[in-house]
Design a protein around this ligand. Structure first.
Ligand SMILES: Cc1cc2nc3c(=O)[nH]c(=O)nc-3n(C[C@H](O)[C@H](O)[C@H](O)COP(=O)(O)OP(=O)(O)OC[C@H]3O[C@@H](n4cnc5c(N)ncnc54)[C@H](O)[C@@H]3O)c2cc1C
Length: 266
């Protein structure tokens, strides 16, 4: 039987298990994590609407379903290198796995386009761990304001694609409704959510009517939208724009669309 190894148990890897098992192949799916993440709802975890477990499901449970039990298996491990000529890959720790065909479905990592300080001073939203870290920082920001009436909380979201729009919109919603209920002593006007996008519009791949709707929804939630705006540098506590303006930022989220393949160790 042909043995196919799939690295990565995201949407791509799991869909491929299903297709190849039906086609009669023996499939091994390898992931460094025990669970697969439903990325479209990461922003809900980051803003406290969902719990981390709500968007994660165990890979072993998925692969171990009765219909695949004989043809597919899950192996936990991090792929460190691939020997394409020898048709083998090596996991961190040294274990080797042979294959007839190899499918790399390891997802993406953020691209920072060479913006100074972006990698060091921003938070991403690609993994469940990212969402938990971001949530802690958002909640800490509110907690720091509570009992300190003079303090502002500035959030800058970089990127007006789907992730940036969803996140900025939910932060605006939080400020409007949840903040009042949870931190009644915090003045919502002191929470500033700014969305910076280099393109002339939000959600550029979408139709104009939908883009305009999204923009109006964000404005209605008090999000300050900066279109056609380049980010020059991200520093601790501030974001420098292309025109020299400096935005204060206690929390900068990098949601700037295009991403690079997630690298392997080797
Ligand atoms: C915040 C956010 C919101 C989104 N919203 C939407 C949406 O609304 N609608 C939509 O259609 N799409 C959305 N997307 C895009 C969609 O979620 C992704 O395109 C999709 O999840 C990518 O799936 P994937 O299988 O390619 O990669 P991933 O889901 O990233 O899976 C890659 C897997 O590979 C594993 N891995 C990586 N390196 C190694 C290694 N060396 N060894 C072992 N395992 C490894 C990782 O642990 C991970 O489990 C969104 C994405 C994000 C980040």
């Amino acid at each position: 039987m042909t043995h196919v190894v799939i690295v990565g148990a995201g949407f791509a890897g799991l869909a491929t298990v299903s297709g190849l098992s039906k086609a009669g192949a023996e499939v091994t799916i390898i992931d460094k994590k025990l669970y697969s993440t439903f990325q479209p709802l990461l922003y809900q975890v980051a803003t406290g609407g969902l719990n981390p477990g709500d968007i994660a499901y165990p890979v072993g449970g998925f692969v171990g379903r009765r219909k695949w039990r004989r043809s597919a298996r899950y192996l936990r491990g991090e792929v460190a290198s691939v020997d394409a000529g020898g048709q083998r890959l090596k996991l961190t720790g040294g274990r080797e796995v042979g294959y007839d065909y190899l499918i790399l479905a390891t997802g993406v990592a953020a691209a920072y386009f060479g913006v100074e300080g972006a990698a060091e001073n921003t938070f991403g939203l690609y993994t469940r761990a990212d969402a938990i870290v971001l949530r802690d920082h958002i909640m800490n920001g509110y907690e720091r304001m509570s009992g300190n009436g003079e303090r502002d909380f500035n959030v800058v979201v970089v990127g007006g694609g789907a992730t940036g729009v969803e996140l900025a919109g939910t932060l605006g919603e939080l400020r409007g409704a949840v903040l009042r209920a949870t931190f009644p002593d915090v003045d919502p006007q002191r929470v500033h959510v700014r969305l910076v996008e280099m393109a002339p519009g939000l959600l550029m791949p979408f139709g104009e009517r939908l883009r305009d709707y999204a923009r109006r929804q964000l404005v209605g939630r008090g999000v300050d939208i900066r279109l056609g705006t380049e980010i020059k540098a991200v520093r601790p506590g501030s974001v420098l724009l292309g025109d020299g303006q400096v935005l204060p930022s206690d929390l900068t989220v990098w949601a700037a669309g295009v991403a690079a393949p997630a690298a392997m160790a080797d």
